[in-house]
Design a protein around this ligand. Structure first.
Ligand code: MN3
Length: 206
């Protein structure tokens, strides 16, 4: 993974059309090639203009942006978060639709949320309630699973949480296909979730 300056746009682990019919090819193309690319370009420009920051990894930016000079804090936080969040979102999907979680992951989710189905209901509810642009996340926080939200391009890392799954609910993520019907987008997205990746992230969070 490209984690240091200069940042470049790594390929998706599937084609732009691979998530059809749930997420359409044009949305996936624009989301990766235009939206994510814009954050990459902006962060590279910032680091080019401030060469002393070029040794900072993406993680360091996301954990320590608040130690930067005040005029750099928001641009580094937004553009670094835009890269991290999009990569995390894209890597959490797979064209092998509806592959269920393993019994282990399913039991972990059931212990935290009552049942796997209830986890999905809670996650959808939180995603519906993101006001404006942002993300909903499943995170590990001090040994417990939580569903949480972030605004704009903020990440849960800064709160000390380990992210396991995220859904981008910015309108650019779904407007071409689902128009303003965020609930349909969430339902379609659930077919694409890579539970194997979620389980790997869970193992790494311990
Ligand atoms: Mn997005």
């Amino acid at each position: 993974m490209n984690n240091c300056y200069p940042f470049f746009n790594t390929s998706l682990p599937y084609s732009f059309s691979a998530l059809e019919p749930y997420l359409d090819e044009k949305t996936m193309f624009l989301h990766h090639e235009r939206h994510l690319q814009a954050y990459i370009d902006a962060l590279n420009t910032l680091m080019k203009e401030n060469p002393w920051t070029q040794s900072w990894s993406l993680e360091k930016i996301l954990y320590q942006w608040c130690t930067l000079p005040p005029h750099l804090q928001i641009p580094f936080r937004n553009n670094g978060g835009g890269i991290y969040n999009h990569r995390f979102f894209f890597e959490g999907m797979t064209p092998f639709f509806d592959t269920p979680p393993t019994s282990y992951l399913s039991s972990v989710l059931s212990n935290a949320f009552g049942s796997f189905e209830n986890f999905k209901i809670c996650f959808k509810d939180a995603a519906m309630k993101v006001f404006g642009s942002g993300y909903v996340w499943l995170v590990m926080d001090r040994g417990k699973l939580h569903i949480t939200q972030t605004a704009n391009q903020d990440t849960p890392l800064f709160r000390g949480q380990s992210p396991l799954l995220t859904l981008d609910v910015w309108e650019h993520a779904y407007y071409l296909k689902h128009y303003n019907v965020r609930g349909d987008y969430i339902d379609d997205w659930f077919h694409t979730v890579c539970w194997h990746t979620v389980e790997q992230r869970l193992q790494n969070s311990f």
